[in-house]
Design a protein around this ligand. Sequence first.
Ligand SMILES: O=C(O)CCC(=O)C(=O)O
Ligand SMILES: [Fe+2]
Length: 284
Amino acid sequence: MTINLTPKQIINYSCYPIDDTDDVKRRTTIEKVREQLADDGCAVIRDFFSKEGLQALLTEANERKADTYYSASKLCNVYLNDGDPKFPEDHPINVFIPRTNGFITADLFGDDTHSRQLYYWEPLKQFLCECLGKDELYIYEDPISNMIVNVSHSEQQFNWHFDTNEFTITMLLQPADSGGHFEYVPGLRSTEDECYDEVDKVLNGDRSRVKRLDLNAGDLQFFLGRFSLHKVTENLGDTDRLLLIMSFSEQPGMVGSMARVKSLYGKTTNAHKQATIRADGLVD
Ligand SMILES: O=C(O)CCC(=O)C(=O)O
Ligand SMILES: [Fe+2]
């Protein structure tokens, strides 16, 4: 597809002039995101895209939808790993729930796509970096998963889980007609404590700490998915829920672990053979 919108035209520039560091709207947006993140581990910028920009991103996702990868193994624990026989059978690490969503992987988006042009746009990275209160952000170097689309069609869902990345940036391209809600438990674990008891409660149906976020097409969401347990409920309608996910890291040269990338996205590259080991000691 030939590029015909610039990154500035893809976004809702009149509300979010993110390349103008002196603009008061930019500063106010950053402050709001920081407040929400500190309070809740989650923040939303509503209507982040222009009408044409959203349409262009949605078209690119739809054009690749036939190549969505669905994992062969549909049962996952919240750590998205194989469990651990050292723990009892009913321990959260050994509780497996169906995950039926799929992903359009990063390698399917060429450099000439609007999605990738936006992902590589330096002012976007700088803006997100300031929203997250980080010193510096780097493009996530994982060629399979750095910029992907999460696809859930009718009856599909994404089970409760934690992410590998500390934070995730998502952009809803198309919501489900019904269902397909993002639910989360803010700050359920920390780098010091897995809080298995709290995970166990949620898995057993305790909703006292569960929050639900209603997102519309074009909303940009930040969430601290390494610490907040989260899920996407079953898509109860006929429209596919399509969500663009852009990943950044705080260190250069990061890629996902071989096992996780293989199981979620069905393929790995040479880059995964030399993956950097994570600094924290969490299960995953
Ligand atoms: O689809 C969403 O809203 C969340 C996706 C997600 O949690 C993930 O890809 O790890
Ligand atoms: Fe996640």
